[in-house]
Ligand binder design. Structure first.
Ligand SMILES: *Cc1c(COP(=O)(O)O)cnc(C)c1O
Length: 505
């Protein structure tokens, strides 16, 4: 490559792109609308006094803008996406096809229930799958993401405590927990207390016992946990938690490792959210829609939020208000305006029905197999903090980088130059310089081998003292390494166009 800059500012097929608000021009529109004469319409009196300030572009300009942006991005449809804890797996196109059926896609949330019987039947069927796979008697469908599901679960627990006439103040969370767990507990008004981890990456039972008491409202545990390990002491933990009168919340974001194999209901869990957008392959990332249904134990089921879906002689019915609930139900309130993310429900059920129960189980087993293949292939060239096999994700630490001048962040950035989205880095916090790789079941062995080869070669170069690929990486991405702190604290959202060079006379 020569250092000669291009005339256009673009680099080959790599295009620069300005923010759309800077591209727009006043008076330009993608559609021709007839001039509106005052008095033409009922809305005439409501006319805006000033322009609304939307960017004005033609249709091809809009299309190009978003296509160019999409080419700067990375997606599961572009390549292996090993972002640990996020379960970035293939979204089967069959799911998309079904979600686009007009009866589901065009259904208005305020349509009369008599006209939405098919959609309600689909939700009921999805509920049956979720309760069967988890061995839990009830499920609240409305939460719109994992974190929202956590909030739903904790508010259900709070309602159950209030109904018991108890004011418990503390929620226990392991130090390896996903940040949303303590955030949820604090948001719901509880004090958060940390439970220590053992040297083998699991809950320290002595630490748990010392923290459990009459003030404990709940213990929130992720299983498989964020170190990619199965918590072996679940039954004993459930017992201890229940003995002090508290509830056992499970963060089920990692359900992809155990779906069809382990029923959380058999482990003494009282509430668990399931990320449909992880385990059941509905698209996610980039802030797209998610769905986080919460399965509930017998003890918590009465406190599930509105709306409640019931089936009687007249068909399916959503109960929207407290006055109309069946005897015994004491819903704590509601999580959101409607019943949840219909499109995600359709996709998740399509995934379940096309896989079948045995297929769901096979997917989990393959996800665990893929992760162990990565772990076994790399543990001697990189370094792994824990002994033995993992669940759905392989965790490495930065021991192999000590005194090399290369950091976990450098390895992640070098992976970008190799055409991969980086793994999750510096999480979980209990492992120094953590690198968390979740390959999922949807990668072929060839794809895993290629990824392993890249990481092996990078680790080999670190060992040989060669740092060229790491210094200043990424060099081949649309953007070089950002100052991440400044980028979040003082974002520069304006693009300064470079002066176009003058053509030679
Ligand atoms: C993804 C994840 C969450 C949060 O789920 P969102 O849908 O992103 O809100 C919570 N806990 C764990 C362990 C996760 O991996």
């Amino acid at each position: 490559m020569t250092g000669l800059p291009t005339i256009s500012g673009d680099r080959g097929l790599d295009h620069e792109e300005q923010p759309i608000f800077e591209l727009g021009r006043a008076g330009v529109s993608g559609v021709d609308l007839p001039d509106m004469k005052v008095g033409d319409s009922r809305l005439a009196g409501q006319r805006r006094r000033a322009p609304v300030g939307l960017p004005g572009l033609s249709e091809p300009e809009v299309v190009r803008h978003y296509v160019r942006l999409s080419r700067m991005n990375y997606a599961i449809d572009a390549g292996l996406y090993p972002l640990g804890s996020c379960t970035m797996k293939h979204n089967p196109r069959l799911n998309e096809k079904l979600a686009r059926l007009p009866g589901f896609a065009d259904l208005h949330p305020l349509a009369p229930q008599s006209a939405a019987q098919g959609a309600l039947a689909l939700i009921a069927e999805l509920m049956r799958w979720l309760t069967t796979l988890t061995g839990m008697p009830a499920v609240a469908m409305s939460p719109k993401a994992g974190a929202h599901g956590e909030l739903c679960g904790i508010l259900t627990i709070r309602a159950a405590l209030i109904a018991r006439g108890e004011k418990r103040t503390h929620v226990l969370v392991p130090e390896s927990a996903h940040g949303t767990n303590p955030a949820t507990a604090a948001f719901a008004g509880f004090q958060v207390e940390e439970v220590k981890a053992t040297a083998d990456g699991r809950v320290d039972m002595d630490s748990l016992k010392s923290k459990l008491g009459p003030d404990t409202a709940a213990f929130m545990l992720t299983n498989p946990n964020t170190c990619g390990l199965f918590e072996r002491d679940m039954l004993e933990i459930a017992d201890l938690v229940h003995k002090v009168g508290a509830y056992f919340y499970c963060d089920g974001a990692n359900f992809n490792a155990i779906a069809g194999r382990v029923r959380p209901g058999d482990l003494g869990i009282d509430a668990m959210h399931i990320n449909l957008h992880k385990t059941f392959s509905t698209p996610h990332g980039g802030g797209g829609p998610g769905a986080g249904p919460v399965v509930l134990s017998e003890r918590l089921a009465p406190f599930a939020p509105l709306p409640l879906l019931v089936h009687d002689a007249s068909g399916f019915r959503l109960i929207e208000d407290r006055g109309a609930v069946p005897a015994g139900a004491q819903p704590f309130g509601r999580m959101c305006a409607f019943h949840g993310q219909m499109g995600m429900f359709v996709r998740a059920l399509a995934y379940m029905l096309s896989h079948g129960r045995d297929g769901v189980r096979q997917a989990s087993e393959d996800a665990v197999l893929s992760a162990n293949y990565v772990l076994a292939s790399l543990k001697d060239v990189m370094s792994a903090p824990f002994e033995g096999p993992c669940m759905h994700e392989a965790l490495f630490d930065d021991h192999f980088l000590h005194d090399t001048g290369v950091s976990t962040l450098d390895v992640a950035k070098a992976l970008i130059d190799e055409g991969y989205h980086p793994m999750t880095v510096y999480f979980p916090l209990v492992v120094h310089g953590a690198m968390l790789i979740e390959p999922t079941e949807s990668e072929s062995k060839e794809s895993l081998d290629r990824f392993i080869h890249v990481l092996k070669t990078l680790a080999g170069e670190v060992k040989a003292g060669r740092r060229e690929r790491f210094e200043g990486a990424p060099r081949l991405a649309p953007r070089r390494r950002l100052d991440e702190t400044a980028a979040s604290r003082k974002p520069v959202l304006r693009w300064t166009p470079k002066e176009l060079p003058k053509a030679a006379e």
